[in-house]
Design a protein around this ligand. Structure first.
Ligand code: MF3
Ligand code: CO
Ligand code: CO
Length: 290
């Protein structure tokens, strides 16, 4: 690539002022074959334009979650919350990305108690005092995706449930805090797993986080278990979700055979999950959707 020509990332800057040092670093790592590094494909390295697009989408997504937060309470059915988020996202010019994704029938996922994820909202599902509820929303705006989820406690919940919700949030935070530019994907799972196990909980392995940007699910798959210093190299410009699903009982899960979506804990134990979309920067991490 011509040092004085335009950079491949589309920034409009000269290559030497933009991704030249990045590429040199990648090349030197590539030569370091003994370490067996897995390098991210260039296709998932975001440009400044991409990042701005994801941020705009994230703003709508965050506000949709805020709106749900303001209305969620005992007695409300989950379809009402689904419609609320759907209408808001559409009003803002976005698209609720889950609707019709792989045939998914609703605009958001609402997962209660022993439902791990992908709970389908319904008029017949009424929230009750004591429930712990995950609401997961993904928005597309101008082709850019943002993905986040939060837990809600309905009225007074058991001490056991409250602790799970708190620790699950800490697991996500510790996973994010473990991310460093030029670190490794396995650093995330190692941090999540350590905190979950220290509290006697287990971590779901069948589902994980993911790259996100121009598609809802991009490379890499982000495991929430793992070993430090292993897996794909994490480099500036990658956008990922960290979204650990933490169970009080075993890590095993199964999918509803009738609706083909709802994921439950195998042993019916409670499960909790929080999700942020994050950008890896030159110096650390920036949270894009929360
Ligand atoms: N928001 C989910 C995630 O975190 C994706 C749900 S896909 C759906 O990856 F089809 F189930 F909605
Ligand atoms: Co996600
Ligand atoms: Co999500």
């Amino acid at each position: 690539m011509d040092r004085n020509g335009q950079c491949w990332c589309g920034s409009g800057k000269k290559y030497k002022k933009c991704h030249l040092s990045f590429d040199e670093k990648m090349d030197s790592i590539k030569l370091d074959e003994l370490k067996g590094h897995i390098l991210p494909p260039r296709s998932i390295i975001k440009t400044q334009t991409d990042i701005e697009g994801i941020k705009k989408s994230a703003k709508i997504n965050d506000a949709a979650l805020d709106l749900v937060a303001s209305r969620i309470k005992a007695g409300i059915d989950t379809e009402t919350l689904n419609q609320l988020a759907h209408d808001y996202i559409v009003e803002q010019g976005g698209i609720p990305a889950c609707l019709n994704y792989g045939g998914y029938p609703k605009s958001v996922c609402i997962s209660i108690n022993h439902v791990v994820c992908h709970g389908i909202p319904s008029k017949d599902t009424i929230l009750r005092e004591g429930d712990i509820v995950n609401v997961d929303i993904t928005t597309t705006l101008d082709g850019y995706y943002a993905d986040a989820s939060r837990m809600f406690m309905i009225g007074k919940v058991s001490e056991e449930a409250e602790k799970l919700v708190k620790v699950a949030r800490e697991c996500m935070e510790k996973g994010i805090a473990a991310i460093q530019p030029w670190g490794y994907l396995g650093d995330i799972g190692a941090a999540v797993e350590q905190h979950a196990h220290a509290n006697g909980y287990s971590v779901v392995v069948d589902l994980g986080g993911h790259g996100v940007g121009k598609k809802i699910h991009e490379e890499p798959f982000v495991p929430h278990v793992g070993k430090r210093g292993t897996g794909m190299l994490l480099v500036p410009g990658m956008v990922l979700t960290v979204e650990p699903m933490i169970n009080i009982g075993g890590y095993e899960v199964y999918t509803d055979s009738e609706d083909d979506w709802t994921v439950y804990t195998e042993d019916d134990s409670l499960s909790a999950q929080w999700e942020h979309t994050i950008l890896i920067t030159e110096t650390g991490v920036e949270i894009l959707a929360k």
